[in-house]
Design a protein around this ligand. Sequence first.
Ligand code: FE2
Length: 227
Amino acid sequence: MKQVAEGLWTQNGDRIRFFGIPFDTRATIVRLPGGGLWLHSPVRPSPDRLAAVQARGPIAHIVAPNRIHGAYTTDWARAAEQAQVWVSPKFPDRHPDIRFDHLLGNAAPAEWANMLDQCVFAGHAYLDEVVFLHRPSGTLIVTDIYQRHDPAREPGFWRVFKGLAGMMAPKGAMPPDMRLAFTDRAAARAARDRILAWEFDRILLPHSVPVETGGKETLTRALKWLG
Ligand SMILES: [Fe+2]
């Protein structure tokens, strides 16, 4: 685990394939004011990874931030029986078999509202990503709507493929197939504007090189095409 700021860590996971395309995976972990841990998009839980998280505190919440990001939710929930599972609005449609306790909405629940903000990036045909803000460190936690993959991690073919899609660091972009599937741009713009009004400078991304500084300018540029 890597400490990013006070009470904020990332944890690297496996390199996975989604529709044949390789992706690095990385979880984000927040320590809430009461001491419990909040796990965003947790990675495959090997015994070492599980122990590393549990050494920082009890797992209180497990978050599947969009409908294609919950592969290991059940494994973590099994390892942390006291934890509550939170999933994105459309997650149960795609994963009717995965047990959850709460749907994520457009407002942070009382369980973490004193530390995190959240906003559903609305208006998309199939994706329902919930974007989070860790207020104390000014860190935005994005999942798939913006990606900038690490050139050092991509062998030739995938570097070219992802480069043509605009998904390589440093610039990065929303994946082109995702851009094409917005059905309500006004709703997407409203979500974007709400997120860009938050105070943040860093962006953590599960598949990508984090944006250490200048995050607001970076995201503003990446979402400008929404109009
Ligand atoms: Fe993803």
